[in-house]
Every structure is written in C-alpha cells, then in structure tokens.
Design a binder for this molecule. Structure first.
Ligand code: 5GP
Ligand code: ZN
Length: 116
C-alpha cells in the first residue's frame, strides 16, 4: 500500500514529478533529484517497502533484471564507463528516504566519487 507521506510512493502515484527513465511491473527507475554524478538513477519498488529485507524474494529476479537493464542503458548512453550499485538500509546506514531504493552511479575516470 502507498504511504501518503512517502516521497517515493507519491512519485509512483504521479502526485510528485520525477524524471522516470524506465518502468517494469513492480519497479520504476528515476533520476536522482540531487545527483552525485551525471545519470545518478534510483531503482524503486512500486510498493512501499522500507529496506531490502522487506522486499519479497519473488521480486528478486525482476529487481535484478530491471536494475541490469537500467545499468545497460546508462552504459549505452555513455553516462559512465562503469557503475556502482549502492543501497542504504535504515538510518544508521545513511537511509534518508524510508522507501527502499537502489542507487546506480555511473562512473567515469577521475570523477572523484567515493562510494566505499
Ligand atoms: P538515501 O540516502 O535514502 O539512500 O537516498 C535518497 C536519495 O533520494 C537521495 O540521493 C536524494 O537526492 C533522492 N531524493 C530525495 N527526494 C527525492 C525526490 O523527490 N525526487 C527524486 N528524484 N529524488 C529524491
Ligand atoms: Zn513509500
């Protein structure tokens, strides 16, 4: 169910604008509003789950296939020559939006980004 005060639920519902770059049955991919690098993209389940641990296993295959498709698109669009995946789970790990999401960060030589 959608949470009415959740930014990503509101984006999924179309109540808030976003730059959507891909969609599958259960996921959307949008550009991050405050990108760390050009092409910084978020993979978001349409249903409200808080962390990876809440996402049901039966969405695992679709989540992987969809994330790979979005990463391929970024590589084909030359947004990066490689990429990082990152997921912050709960506040202590830096999660700010409490609706699960995977960051895809396209990387270029010398971009100065530090992920781990
Ligand atoms: P977290 O720290 O929770 O892993 O990251 C949340 C991410 O969501 C941040 O990178 C932030 O810039 C992004 N974000 C927060 N609010 C919005 C929004 O309304 N639209 C979009 N496109 N991204 C958002
Ligand atoms: Zn939500």
């Amino acid at each position: 169910m959608a949470e009415k005060n959740c930014v990503f639920c509101r984006i999924v519902l179309g109540e808030l604008k976003s730059e959507k770059v891909a969609e599958s049955n259960s996921f959307i991919a949008i550009r991050d509003i405050n990108p760390k690098v050009d092409g910084h993209t978020l993979v978001i389940p349409k249903k409200h789950f808080v962390t990876l641990l809440d996402i049901p296993n039966n969405l695992g295959r679709e989540m992987l296939e969809f994330t790979k498709k979005v990463a391929w698109d970024l590589m084909n669009e030359k947004k990066g020559d490689g990429f990082n995946l990152a997921m912050n789970n709960l506040e202590v790990a830096g999660q700010e939006v409490m609706h699960a999401h995977i960051h895809i960060l396209p990387r270029k030589e010398g971009d100065g980004v530090k992920v781990l």
